[in-house]
Design a protein around this ligand. Structure first.
Ligand code: GH3
Ligand code: MG
Ligand code: MG
Ligand code: MG
Length: 315
């Protein structure tokens, strides 16, 4: 970048915004009681592939946030009717952490305590009105970059490197939340454990690399069969867990039957060899006293399926 009259940081900010949003437009919410401010700022930052929402007070902003959980950044004014910026920030921080939503406050109030007050209540940044375009972009870029870094970190912690599937850790965070919600609202929740049969044989016969290919193939096939509301996790090794939410037992069983048959009839072409394998599945349809207990029950059923000759479903 050419370092000339502040152009460095301007171009830097644009490059950050461009890198951060990649293919998808990042969602940004502007909150201000001045329509002129909203319109000029919106048209200015929309040029840089940001998806801009607007609200004229805090209450409206909270509604928009609730409907759009993927908003990454909020730029809010201080003085507004119904709910001012400070109350808005306090409300938001009860629900949204700094690692999922960035807040930048803008105000014309030239009181020496305003900025620190906002930062104490959970704002990430503060801009006095009259800011230049360059400053706006630098701060938008820096704050969006931070959210992106947190997303990346979360992804790395919750996903399995080999298959890019969610991992055991994710099951015990997001899955646990789902379990507790189901228990509270008396909704259906079921767990299926799926394990490759005689996987050790695959490793011993063809090598560990081919074993890895088999595991990735399982991930691919399971993803083809499952919907978004069905949480798929690689628990470890060649064992996978599916969490079904609000789905009937018959529907789950017929889907698992299809999955089991798909593996039975599937071959992986390894050139000279054709690799085939089957899977065994154990299910738990009872909510039990904990997610752990549900898993243990599914595991007992899985063990029965193995014991009874594999390539089958037990529940
Ligand atoms: P069963 O039908 O009873 O499930 O027998 P199995 O051979 O599938 O089960 P077992 O638990 O004895 O073997 C699992 C093997 O999976 C042991 C371990 O070396 C191997 N394994 C675990 N993680 C990985 C991995 O990431 N890649 C590969 N290639 N192998 C793995
Ligand atoms: Mg105002
Ligand atoms: Mg196995
Ligand atoms: Mg196993």
């Amino acid at each position: 970048y050419v370092v000339k009259d502040g152009m460095y940081s301007f171009k830097y900010a644009l490059s950050v915004i461009n890198r951060v949003i990649k293919n998808e437009k990042a969602k940004v919410l502007l909150v201000d009681d001045s329509n002129t401010f909203l319109e000029t700022t919106k048209s200015l930052i929309e040029k840089y592939r940001l998806n801009v929402f607007t609200a004229t007070n805090g209450l409206e902003a909270l509604e928009i946030l609730e409907e759009n959980r993927d908003i990454k950044l909020l730029l809010t004014d201080y003085l507004m009717p119904y709910m001012n910026g400070l109350d808005l920030v306090r409300h938001i921080r009860k629900k949204y952490n700094k690692d999922e939503l960035s807040i930048i406050v803008t105000s014309a109030v030239k009181d020496k305590n305003t900025a620190s007050k906002f930062l104490k209540y959970g704002a990430n940044d503060f801009l006095y009105k009259g800011f230049t375009q360059e400053e706006l972009f630098v701060r938008l870029g820096a704050n969006l970059e931070l959210i992106e870094l947190f997303d990346e970190l979360r992804n790395r912690a919750n996903k399995d490197f080999l298959t890019n599937m969610y991992n055991r850790r994710y099951l015990f965070s997001k899955g646990l939340t789902l379990y507790e919600k189901a228990k509270e609202k008396k909704e259906k929740l079921a767990i299926a454990l799926l394990d490759i049969d005689k996987f050790k044989y695959i490793n011993d016969t063809y090598g560990h690399d081919i074993g890895d290919i088999a595991i990735k193939e399982v991930s691919k096939i399971l993803n083809q069969f499952l919907y978004n509301n069905e949480m798929l996790v690689r628990l470890g090794g060649e064992e996978f867990c599916i969490l079904f939410h609000k789905t009937d037992e018959e529907e789950i069983l017929s889907k698992l039957e299809l999955i089991k048959d798909e593996f039975e009839n599937h071959t992986i072409d390894l050139g000279i060899h054709k690799l085939t394998f089957t899977v065994s599945i154990g299910c738990s349809f009872t909510l039990c006293n904990s997610l752990d207990e549900m898993l243990q029950n599914a595991d007992k059923e899985l063990y029965k399926a193995k014991d009874a000759g594999r390539n089958q479903i037990r529940y």
